[in-house]
Design a protein around this ligand. Structure first.
Ligand code: FMN
Ligand code: SF4
Length: 518
């Protein structure tokens, strides 16, 4: 058997030099006259170990990382093709603590398989979910998804099965499945990783959604900043079509389903489902008033399921192993697993899939290893730019939709961004307002005008102009935005602003006092 070498083609790994490592390994193989197969896999998500190179040995996979091109010669000299020791040797990937502690359901294959090999996908359990779904009625598939407790991973946490049932029950000559791959939240990369590392799981999930609801066409709306994901998804759709997974007869069944990949143009608000639909229809991305719900009147006015990548990619494992299996993980009303994306000023950045219920402190201190700078953690923003900043005092909050909401926070797309004690929370609050002002679609006044007034008012606090009065004004403005905005961009911007004011009051003291305190 010729040796197999796995070198991630994931864009995170590429950014860390994976392409140069791949070239160096190919060059060394040629020079030494060794016949080996290089597989460009996805990333397993431990970015602090990327580029992580793996070799398949008689005793299973052996990993090395982070590998630099300058390591390649000595890796060969040390016999890495048979798992030989080297300073970059990590041993079996499954035993590396960052992976060993995870519960990989949605990401089970990511970083393990060849992303564009349908054979490799099937060998690792791929298409079992779709095959099972084809043996059920659409209503039974919807019931399974409802029973699993799966909630939307895009941010709002709405039960996926209920959304699907609405589309199933709505009459329409045409229905659509739209996958939201805009992934605009800061510190998030789960959607990108799955599209680059295991694209067939998304295709399988969307196909199941189509069969369950009567939709025959799907669209994946991918942000333009993800060219690698777009390329992999396009190729995977072609492979799936050729193999009869997509097309007029899905896996030889009477069901038809096909899909296309569409690229956005770089607006945060186009991640909001109705603005996304406008954008997909070729219009400027503006938020639509609800009702009608997209499930009743969505893309081109037809009943539409719109789900996040991770929601859809979690469906195959549910249909493969059963709703009860999936539901068994988690806590409270947050069932199953969640791919937590640990980013910012953190030692061990990466994607960590776990059952709901770990505390924020466990995630930041134990899994993330604290800050990369070695300084104390000051704040953690959970849930993207509209998420609250949590201080260490809230680190006992379990990762659960309701627990976060009870502390005026949100889980969102499960991205967490860590800040050390040099962070200035006044600046972060100003940034939240500024971000909202830049990204606002402009449809409603509290968001369009309020965010601009918010920046001006915070600037007055910075300048020491009537700080107490202006702080009260910011609070008042936040209430107006929270309750008066049409969508969550204006409605949730108060979360980062108010959490900064509430948990870090010292950062909002008038300038002379702050200087004196320092
Ligand atoms: C301003 C704004 C941006 C959003 N961005 C995203 C996004 O990038 N990806 C996403 O899946 N959902 C995003 N959402 C949530 C979507 O509106 C919607 O709830 C989601 O796509 C539904 O899918 P789910 O039920 O599977 O989570 C955003 C919402 C708002 C208000
Ligand atoms: S809250 Fe902001 S982004 Fe949302 S509809 Fe209103 S103006 Fe548009």
């Amino acid at each position: 058997m010729i040796p197999r070498i796995y070198i991630p083609g994931d864009s995170g790994a590429l950014a860390l030099g994976a392409e140069k490592v791949a070239k160096a390994i190919a060059g060394e193989l040629a020079e030494r006259g060794i016949d080996a197969k290089i597989v460009r896999n996805g990333s397993r998500g431990a970015y602090f170990l990327e580029p992580m190179v793996e070799v398949a040995t008689a005793n299973g996979r052996v990993a090395y990382g982070p590998v630099k091109p300058s390591d390649v010669k000595s890796l060969f000299d040390g016999g890495f093709l048979t798992g030989g020791h080297h300073k970059r040797w990590l041993g079996s990937p499954d035993k590396i603590p960052f992976f060993a502690k995870q519960t990989r359901l949605t990401f089970a294959r990511c970083g393990v398989t060849d992303p564009l090999s349908l054979e490799s996908y099937k060998k690792h359990g791929g298409l079992n979910g779709l095959t099972n779904a084809l043996a059920l009625t659409p209503a039974d598939i919807v019931a399974q998804v409802t029973e699993s407790g799966l909630r939307g991973r895009g941010g709002a946490g709405f039960p996926t099965g209920i959304k699907w049932k609405t589309v199933l029950d709505t009459a329409g000559d045409r229905k659509y499945i739209v996958c939201n791959a805009d992934e605009g939240d800061s510190g998030t990369f789960a959607d990108r990783m799955i599209m680059e590392g295991d694209p067939f799981v998304l295709i399988e999930g969307m196909t199941i959604a189509g069969i369950a609801t009567g939709a025959t066409k799907g669209f994946v709306y991918v942000r333009s900043e993800y060219p690698h994901a777009v390329a992999v998804m396009n190729k995977a759709v072609e492979v799936a079509r050729k193999a009869g997974v997509l097309g007029a007869s899905v896996l030889g069944s009477p069901y038809a389903f096909d899909m296309e990949i569409r690229v956005g143009a770089g607006a945060y608000v186009c991640g909001e489902e109705t603005a996304l639909l406008d954008s997909l229809e070729g219009k400027r991305g503006m938020v639509r008033a609800k009702p009608p719900l997209p499930a009743h009147k969505g893309l081109f006015g037809k009943p539409t399921v719109i789900n996040n990548v991770i929601s859809l990619a979690s469906v195959p494992v549910i249909m493969d192993k059963g709703a009860a299996y999936y539901k068994d993980f988690g806590m409270g009303r947050s069932r199953g697993t969640i791919p937590i994306q640990i980013a910012g000023n953190v030692k061990y950045a990466g994607l960590f899939e776990a059952a709901f219920g770990m505390t924020l402190g466990e995630i930041v201190d134990e899994i993330g290893g604290g800050t990369a700078t070695g300084r104390p953690v000051k704040a953690v923003q959970v849930g993207g730019p509209l998420g609250a900043y949590f201080p260490r005092a809230l680190f006992d909050t379990p990762f659960d939709y309701e627990a976060f909401a009870a502390k005026d926070g949100l889980i969102g797309h499960a991205g967490i961004v860590v800040f050390d004690d040099t962070a200035d929370m006044l600046k972060q609050a100003r940034f939240a307002m500024e971000f909202c002002a830049i990204e606002s679609c402009g449809k409603c006044t509290p968001c369009r005008i309020g965010s601009t007034r918010g920046v001006e008012t915070i600037d007055r606090i910075v300048a020491g102009i009537e700080p107490e009065k202006n702080l009260a004004l910011v609070t008042d403005l936040c209430n107006t935005m929270k309750f008066g905005s049409l969508c969550a961009l204006g409605g949730f911007t108060p979360y980062p602003v108010m959490s900064s004011i509430t948990h870090f009051p010292d950062d909002f003291k008038p300038a002379p006092v702050r200087v004196a305190a320092e």
